[in-house]
Ligand binder design. Structure first.
Ligand SMILES: C[S@@+](CC[C@H](N)C(=O)[O-])C[C@H]1O[C@@H](n2cnc3c(N)ncnc32)[C@H](O)[C@@H]1O
Length: 214
């Protein structure tokens, strides 16, 4: 698929890109990850700059953190952050397109995607869930973070404005319905496990691969 570019707020001399929003949400997301992740390989889809990958790998030594992104500029930034941090549990970024089928050498305990599915066509959410359904063992998880509509309504005026802004930029983008994401997950054998309210009217959704089809 074609990719849209996200403009970073700043860039270090060594190529590390920086999103301010990523700096702000990393703490609350980490608190959820600490509670829900089992030790093992975590594949982060659409890692962006690599700021999250470094923060999470540093704080979660029982995880092997596998960052990835479709955009080569983001993968370069992830590699620069990785070099800067020197963490043994943070792997080189992979080229993963959430929308297409990919293979992994090791089964992950979780797929994590932060601020992806509303800034991409719906087919990206579907592809992500299909990959999760195929790759995850029973008990493994999908963790999504972002804004969602609930019961067909935005949860805050700011999310409604954000949705309009996204759709003006790309009509295929937009804040997703929690129920539609949950249905897509269920179709791939992933049962809803937790919905965590996050700062700034965001949610973290945790889905778990069921041992029998859900
Ligand atoms: C808004 S940024 C979020 C980045 C990071 N997760 C964060 O929260 O800082 C969205 C990211 O999704 C990536 N992306 C867009 N479509 C993708 C796809 N189909 N597969 C993988 N990554 C994708 C973009 O390159 C970009 O890095």
């Amino acid at each position: 698929m074609s990719i849209e570019k996200f403009e970073p707020e700043s860039c270090a001399a060594d190529g590390r890109l920086h999103f301010a929003v990523t700096e702000r949400n990393r703490g609350p997301i980490l608190e959820v990850l600490k509670k829900v992740l089992a030790p093992g390989l975590v594949v982060e889809v659409a890692s962006g700059t690599g700021q999250h990958a470094v923060h999470f790998a540093s704080a979660l030594p029982e995880q092997i953190w596998q960052p990835s992104d479709l955009d080569p500029a983001m993968r370069s930034s992830i590699a620069a952050w990785r070099k800067h941090a020197g963490l043994g549990n943070l792997l080189e970024p992979l080229t993963l397109d959430a929308e297409t089928t990919w293979q992994l050498d090791t089964a992950p305990v979780a797929l994590v995607a932060i601020n992806l599915i509303h800034i991409a066509p719906w087919s990206v959410c579907c592809g992500l869930m299909q990959n999760a359904g195929r790759l995850l063992a029973a008990g493994s998880q999908v963790v999504l973070y972002g804004p969602y509509r609930r019961d067909g309504q935005h949860t805050a005026p700011s999310n409604s404005e954000f949705d309009a802004m996204l759709k003006a930029k790309n009509p295929a983008w937009g804040v997703r319905d929690l129920e539609a994401v949950t249905a897509e997950a269920a179709g791939q054998g992933l049962a809803p496990k937790e919905v965590v309210e996050m700062p700034a009217n965001n949610l973290t959704l945790v889905f778990q691969k069921a041992s029998i089809p859900c």
